[in-house]
Design a protein around this ligand. Structure first.
Ligand SMILES: Cc1cc2nc3c(=O)[nH]c(=O)nc-3n(C[C@H](O)[C@H](O)[C@H](O)COP(=O)(O)OP(=O)(O)OC[C@H]3O[C@@H](n4cnc5c(N)ncnc54)[C@H](O)[C@@H]3O)c2cc1C
Length: 392
């Protein structure tokens, strides 16, 4: 049985990034990937905050468009326009970017084993059973579950993860319509806390999608409704259809057990408000690499719990605010949402959102709205109290 220092289950963006960091540190790393081709099918809107450049390598060739801001649409189409007037986020070619991150890991010395689905993990001994005909086993000092939303690794010591369903079309509207550096987001109480998005790739093509606690049939109906309702999207050619799953962030998830840690979607490291997971996953990969290196160097897997402590220190406060925002949105009906948008517009909140809003960190904006009393005018009393309790 071949033994590695680290075995990473899953060659998604987070697993490949972690593998690359560990290989650069000189450890012997294997990546076990069940698919025969990395990155396909696309299961992402590809919108990621500009901070990605601080937490991972991102050559410009994988950026389709820089994004300066967005138009937020209420159920009756009251529109809040927010922008910082400079790139705040990027739209990525996710398929090529995933493949690039895997090549980087390989160039740094990690061994990528495609068609190597993992069936079972022994967390105490670090033994991994593969799904192939020969029923091969390998072992590792540390096993990293970066195997996505339905993680086999996580399921060995966590209950089944809850998740949202997502659907997305690649559309072509046939004429130059889109402003490529602005995205559109649409709220709808049938989807809350999920929402719909239109993310232009060019002046005539866009990714149009949504996520919600609903089945694919319901999502498809609501997505088609948007295409029929909006004059600019009506009659668009649907070039491709994609479906995917977004894990529901679970603050109680166990991330470390014996020789095993979880990372990325497998660890439910996604923003509760948007379901975006790339920046949290990359940041967590860096945090985890410190604990895993130390544990391997001194041959003591108890040190792996440092990963959980440092991860909590980094994200706990922000996630608490986002989980509260998520809960509040879930409780609002279309009338409440409409009222909220109209009030925000009246109170000049577009400037505040433009100034304090951030695709990855919402606590700064929520705190500012709370300080200015805006929260109290847009939400029923009970809900504003709940928010204010976060800062007491
Ligand atoms: C429709 C949609 C839109 C999204 N939009 C955005 C967005 O705009 N911005 C953003 O930041 N995030 C977005 N996300 C979330 C983002 O795609 C994920 O957070 C990200 O892919 C997580 O990366 P990962 O490496 O943890 O997992 P994954 O990308 O899921 O990779 C897991 C890998 O593990 C492999 N694997 C699974 N099981 C096994 C097994 N048993 N053995 C071996 N290999 C296995 C899989 O084949 C896969 O390659 C979106 C998600 C969806 C579904």
């Amino acid at each position: 049985m071949k033994n590695y220092d680290v075995a990473v289950v899953g060659a998604g963006p987070v697993g490949s990034t972690f593998a690359r960091i560990m290989a650069e540190k000189g450890f012997e790393v294997a990546i076990l990937e069940k698919k025969k081709e990395i990155g396909v099918p696309l299961q992402c809107a590809g919108l990621v905050g500009k901070r990605i450049k601080e937490v991972n390598v991102l050559p410009n060739e994988f950026i389709i468009n820089p994004v300066h801001g967005g138009f937020l649409h209420s159920p009756e189409d009251t529109v809040l326009s927010v922008s910082k007037g400079k790139p705040e986020a990027y739209v990525l070619d996710r398929v090529k970017y995933d493949q690039f991150l895997a090549h980087l890991a390989e160039d740094s010395g990690a061994e990528i084993l495609l068609n190597h689905g993992v069936e079972k993990i022994d967390s105490v001994n670090g033994v991994i059973n593969l799904k192939n005909k020969e029923k091969t086993k390998i072992s590792a000092g540390v096993v990293v579950g970066a195997d996505g939303h339905s993680s086999i690794v996580s399921s060995t010591f966590n209950p089944l993860a809850e998740s949202f369903q997502a659907a997305q079309y690649l559309i072509d509207v046939g004429e130059k319509w889109f402003q490529t550096n602005f995205v559109h987001l649409y709220v709808d109480s049938r989807l809350s806390p999920g929402f719909l998005w239109v993310i232009p790739l060019s002046e005539s093509t866009a990714r149009v999608g949504l996520f919600a606690d609903a089945n694919y049939q319901q999502l498809t109906i609501i997505l088609n409704e948007l295409l029929n309702k909006r004059s600019e999207l009506r009659g668009a050619t649907i070039l491709k259809k994609y479906y995917g799953v977004i894990p529901r962030h679970d603050p109680h998830k166990q991330l470390v057990k014996d020789r095993v840690i979880l990372l990325g979607d497998a660890a439910s490291q996604v923003k509760p408000t948007t379901g975006g997971g790339l920046i949290m996953g990359f940041t967590s990969a860096e945090i985890a690499s410190r604990a895993v290196s130390k544990a391997l160097e001194v041959d003591n897997v108890e040190i792996l719990t440092d990963y959980n402590k440092q991860y909590q220190e980094r994200f706990k406060k922000e996630l608490k605010v986002q989980l509260m925002v998520h809960k509040i949105f879930k409780s609002l009906n279309d009338d409440n949402l409409e009222y909220m948008f109209q009030k925000l517009k009246q109170e000049g909140a577009e400037d505040i959102i433009s100034h304090y809003g951030d695709i990855d960190t919402q606590s700064t904006l929520v705190k500012e709205m709370f300080k200015r009393g805006i929260i109290f005018s847009i939400l029923p009393k009970m809900l504003s109290w709940r928010i204010s309790s976060l800062w007491k």
